[in-house]
Write a protein that binds this ligand. Structure first.
Ligand SMILES: O=C1C=NC(=S)N1
Length: 128
């Protein structure tokens, strides 16, 4: 693997470094989102969810994800976030499934649940 996956991230990472992180599509490297937009939902930064097909995903929530394009109609079926409807979110550039866009009448009105394994952290600059 040429880019450290999020699971490789050092545990004691400074909040400032986290905010500067750039997350890119693991398949095409387009910019998807940024650390400054990451948010905790119900106190958790990450959560494991599963769909009716039994597929399990480890997702992280972000307030914004410019690299994600919505696909298809929204649904409230089996939503992992009460009060929110979800729409499939694909990579805007290569179309791979990156996660879901959530919309609801709560705060925040919109957020994204993205599959951590489908994102890579942008390579550090020359100073590492
Ligand atoms: O929140 C979600 C997204 N896909 C399923 S299933 N529930």
């Amino acid at each position: 693997r040429d880019a450290p996956r999020l699971s490789d991230r050092p545990e004691k990472e400074s909040a400032a470094a986290e905010r500067e992180r750039v997350y890119r599509c693991a398949r095409c490297r387009v910019l998807v989102t940024r650390g400054r937009w990451e948010m905790a939902m119900d106190g958790a930064h990450e959560r494991s969810v599963f769909n009716p097909a039994g597929l399990v995903f480890r997702i992280a929530c972000f307030r914004e994800a410019p690299g994600v394009a919505e696909f298809g109609a929204s649904s409230t079926e089996f939503t992992w976030f009460r009060g929110y409807a979800w729409t499939i979110g694909l990579c805007r550039s290569c179309g791979v499934h990156l996660g879901w866009r959530y919309e609801g009448s709560l705060e925040p009105a919109v957020f994204y649940g993205l599959v951590r394994a489908r994102l890579v952290v942008q390579e550090e600059g020359p100073d590492g």
